[in-house]
Ligand binder design. Structure first.
Ligand SMILES: [Zn+2]
Length: 110
């Protein structure tokens, strides 16, 4: 598997995202400033989440399913799952914090 996408970012020139899977070794590279520093960027992460990044101007968007299946079999999949678990816990904690603030207001204000 080898797919290349052009994605219009903030720079004049579109960024290039390349996703490859060779014998189960799944790799992604993006030439945006974050990608050049090997930081996970918004041009790559959506593919892992089975979504297309915004502003794709070139590339086979029908390949999303194949890309996602390959990612799911990679060593990145459990790491992403862990990130998503943390996001869920954070959402639950935010709600709990908001509820506690309301409770504090009820028992102390007025
Ligand atoms: Zn990028």
């Amino acid at each position: 598997m080898d797919y290349t996408f052009k994605i219009q970012g903030s720079a004049d020139e579109p960024y290039t995202v390349r996703l490859t899977n060779t014998s189960g070794d799944f790799k992604a590279i993006c030439d945006c400033p974050a990608g050049n520093r090997l930081v996970m960027c918004k041009h790559v992460l959506p593919f892992f989440e089975n979504k297309l990044p915004k502003d794709i101007i070139k590339g086979d968007v029908n390949a999303l399913e194949e890309i996602h299946v390959a990612f799911q079999q990679s060593e990145g999949a459990p790491v992403l799952q862990g990130m998503q678990d943390i996001e869920q816990q954070m959402a639950a904690l935010k709600k709990e914090l908001a509820d506690r603030k309301k409770q504090l207001a009820r028992v102390t204000l007025g």
